[in-house]
Design a protein around this ligand. Structure first.
Ligand SMILES: Nc1ncnc2c1ncn2[C@@H]1O[C@H](COP(=O)(O)OP(=O)(O)O)[C@@H](O)[C@H]1O
Ligand SMILES: [Mg+2]
Length: 361
């Protein structure tokens, strides 16, 4: 098989940010085919062992399940790569000792060549191709492997960077949430309490006036200020969430100017998930009231195939675009930080559906 084409196929997967396992399987397959042998694998070195993170080959598939670990004690190609950081080959498993020989002898694999996958200057793992009894490993096998191992390193670094990006987004969302909670507490313990005391004091004072009308006007203003503060605090951190998503969405429904029908699973989830579902529902309901001219909105929160799924659908004018305002775009950060997905479908004249899906731990 043409090496350029094989490399290109894997490179496309890497560039697309495919799952590392998928990339490693493809790498194993293409590298084995380029060398004209029946099996290939990518391993990751962990301490004194190698963990199989990608593989190809019909026979090897049955004997070497993904995720399997084996000790590196037999002096085979992988052991050599691990010890020297250089490509290596091993020509006869029939004489191999240790766990490696025991694992591989029954598979009919006879010889292997392996090359290191180096990430940030250290040996992360290796790509190995293996020949069955009837096959021979070409003399330049190790050289052919080198370009594949560079792709493997890019895939590893990419997956790592992606993971770090997700973690940093999650940290940002958490910091913002902690800050909101702190503000909510300060409002509640500080400004709101003071307003309550001021209103009480003024009510006492009111009795001393012949004409209390001006005092009533002030009391009225103070009352409104108190109500606005309470609204603000509620938006900062939804107190109803402490009683679960059903209660919190119920509270949103009660305050909505458009009728809301809702069906919420009666289960508790990790706090950050519940907060995310709440904010998405809250924004989608606000949008439905503000932009949609809808007659009814439905909210469902269900567990489907191991994912927590929120759907908010209205029967309004449609035509919503994420990025058209500040609301929907801000939510996707929150959802994606939890490895979820946010989708808005909004055909004109039919209505808008906002769907958020979160994988459950
Ligand atoms: N349910 C909806 N029905 C119709 N239009 C919507 C709906 N939701 C959002 N939109 C449109 O999409 C835009 C983007 O929404 P959003 O990001 O929430 O911004 P905004 O801050 O304006 O609410 C809105 O400005 C509005 O024009
Ligand atoms: Mg909005």
């Amino acid at each position: 098989m043409d090496i350029e084409r094989a490399l290109r196929e894997v490179a496309v997967l890497v560039a697309r940010g495919g799952e590392p396992g998928e990339v490693f399987d493809a790498l194993s397959e293409q590298a084995a085919k380029v060398c004209g042998v029946g099996a290939g694998a990518v391993v990751r070195f962990t301490g004194r062992a190698a963990e199989l993170v990608g593989r190809w080959g019909d026979l090897a598939r049955e004997t070497l399940p993904p995720g399997m670990s084996f000790a590196l004690d037999g002096g085979g190609a992988l052991t050599l790569v691990r010890e020297t950081g250089l490509p290596a080959r091993f020509d006869d498993y029939a004489v191999a000792v240790g766990a490696m020989g025991v694992t591989l002898r029954p598979t009919g694999l006879r010889a292997s060549a392996a090359a290191p996958v180096t990430v940030e200057g250290s040996v992360w793992g290796a790509l190995i191709v293996s020949a069955f009894d009837s096959e021979t490993l070409p003399v330049d096998t190790e050289e052919r492997l080198t370009e594949f191992t560079e792709l493997a390193a890019v895939a590893v670094a990419g997956a790592d960077a992606h993971e770090r990006l997700l973690e940093s987004r999650a940290r940002l969302v958490k910091t913002a949430d902690d800050e909101r909670r702190r503000l909510e507490r300060n409002l509640h313990d500080g400004a709101q309490q003071r307003l309550v005391s001021a209103r009480l004091a003024l009510r006492m004072l009111r009795k001393q006036f012949d004409d209390p009308a001006p005092v009533d006007a002030i009391l009225d203003e103070l009352g409104k200020a108190h109500e606005e503060l309470r609204e603000l605090a509620r938006g900062l951190h939804p107190a109803a969430l402490s009683r679960g998503l059903g209660a919190a969405i119920g509270a949103l429904a009660t305050r909505s100017s458009v009728p809301v029908e809702y069906d919420v699973v009666d289960e508790r989830f990790p706090e950050e998930l519940e907060i995310a579902v709440y904010y998405v529902a809250s924004e989608a309901l606000t949008n439905a009231a503000k932009h949609a001219e809808a007659s009814v909105v439905s909210v469902t929160v269900l567990v489907i195939d191991g994912a927590l799924v929120l759907e908010v659908a209205d029967d309004g004018r449609g035509g919503a675009v994420a990025g058209g305002g500040s609301g929907l775009i801000g939510l996707s950060d929150r959802v994606e930080a939890l490895r979820g997905r946010l989708r808005v479908t909004s055909p004109v004249g039919v209505g808008t559906t906002v769907r958020a899906e979160f994988p459950l731990p």
